[in-house]
Design a protein around this ligand. Structure first.
Ligand SMILES: [Zn+2]
Ligand SMILES: [Zn+2]
Length: 431
């Protein structure tokens, strides 16, 4: 089966909707007056639709439509009768949820009927719960409304040791980033796990990254290692938790952030500070944070394991198990890549440390004996890693301005590569 993205004007999608209406008339039409629903099913307002094909033959489809800022509505899902019961409907809905996540919606809602028991069962399996009838369905007792929170892993910052645009640099990449902003601009390397509310790493421009992705709540900060490009924005702890006015009248913060990593990494980071001493120790004394050495954590139906990259345990790779997906996050200092069974069959590997191309910024040619090759992977090495562990897909992050490539250049390159995509700030990986 092929699941093809299109819009509400696609003729195969429109035909599928006609078949859905016929099916509904046959099954429930006689018991409830279906005409009153018709005005809520206008196809020309639908911008995101998927049609399912068996070879050339359209055999099903569905769509999503903006409801408000936060919510998107699932609409017009139908699989031809002879294809039902093969999991096509649930795959179709999963792909529509993924699309909604990419568009940045936080919740999916839908209206169905209690008479449509099979559909309800599929939605429940996908994590939808019954909610009070919304909007046009409030006074329709035969309607049943359901909703599901959409969670994603968000690449907050896809940039490298320096962010893009680099101050005062007038190269092609920086010029474009300055003119167009995101996604041409890139902040330092960081990640956010929605639901568990875990921020991984705090580069200097983490505030901009959090605001750009519209993150609402951070409860934990995990660190991958102590290098400055991943830690020097730790004053974000003050921005998130310090209330100087409350502090001035002796009121203490009673809901500290948890700052966590492998115990050795935490010790490394505690050595960073000013003449006043360790920055983390100061925040802990102020009650803004609580530090904790960890190897694994469970939260919000997710399990996150920290796999040490080296025997001394100064760098960690994160294995995130959530929503039936396995996502590996290995942002920096991960060559040679550690061997672990935990990486087997991952859905996505998000990895930094990769040189993209042999000709870099301003025509710089990376020779075979260049020492950077010892620290950084090539795209071929990344693909070998993917095959070794049977991973489905790789997303390259920590994209250096030095690689001399714009957002458009990466998009073009993606078209030529199989299984490899390039990160951008605000990119969402639905769970
Ligand atoms: Zn530049
Ligand atoms: Zn780094």
């Amino acid at each position: 089966m092929d699941y093809i993205r299109t819009d509400g004007k696609n003729k195969d999608f429109i035909e599928n909707c006609r078949l859905l209406d016929m099916d509904l008339d046959r099954r429930v039409g006689r018991q409830i007056k279906r005409e009153k629903y018709q005005k809520f099913n206008q196809l020309d307002e639908i911008r995101e639709a998927i049609v399912v094909y068996d070879g050339d033959k359209p055999i099903g489809g569905g769509a999503i439509r903006r409801y408000d800022e936060e919510n998107i509505e699932l609409k017009r899902v139908f699989v031809h009768n002879e294809y039902q019961g093969r999991g096509i409907g649930s795959k179709l809905v999963s792909l529509l949820i993924e699309w909604a996540a990419e568009l940045g919606y936080r919740r999916m809602i839908l209206e169905t009927g209690e008479l449509l028991a099979e559909s309800c069962a599929v939605y429940k399996k996908l994590g939808f719960e019954v909610i009070p009838n919304y909007g046009p369905y409030v006074d329709m007792p035969e309607s049943l409304c359901m909703g599901k929170t959409i969670k994603s892993i968000i690449i907050l910052g896809s940039g490298g040791c320096v962010s893009t645009p680099r101050p005062c640099c007038n190269c092609r990449v920086c010029k474009q980033a300055r003119q167009k902003g995101f996604p041409y601009a890139r902040t330092g390397c960081s990640l956010f796990i929605e639901g568990a509310n875990i921020l991984i790493d705090t580069p200097e421009d983490i505030n901009d990254a959090l605001n750009h992705a519209d993150v609402r709540k951070v409860e934990h900060i995990f660190y991958s290692h102590c290098d400055p490009d991943h830690t020097m924005g730790m004053r974000v702890i003050e921005q998130l938790k310090m209330d100087w006015l409350a502090d001035s009248v002796g009121k203490k913060q009673d809901d500290p952030l948890e700052v966590a990593s492998l115990p050795t990494i935490l010790e490394d980071i505690k050595q960073q500070g000013t003449k006043y001493g360790s920055a983390l120790a100061y925040y802990e004394a102020k009650g803004l944070i609580r530090t904790k050495g960890i190897r694994t954590v469970q939260k919000d139906n997710m399990v996150i394991d920290l796999v040490p990259v080296d025997a001394e345990e100064h760098v960690a790779v994160f294995v995130i198990l959530a929503g039936g997906k396995k996502v590996i996050y290995a942002p920096c200092d991960v060559k040679p890549f550690p061997q672990s069974e935990q990486f087997q069959d991952a859905d996505v590997l998000i990895i930094g440390n990769t040189i993209v191309g042999d000709v870099l910024k301003d025509g710089f040619v990376l020779e075979e004996d260049n020492p950077l090759r010892g620290e950084l992977f090539t795209l071929d090495e990344i693909d070998a890693l993917r095959r070794q562990y049977g991973m489905k897909e790789v997303i390259i992050t920590h994209l250096e301005e030095d690689w001399g490539k714009t957002y458009d250049d990466y998009k073009k390159l993606e078209g030529e590569l199989k299984f490899i995509r390039f990160a951008y700030d605000g990119m969402r990986i639905p769970l």
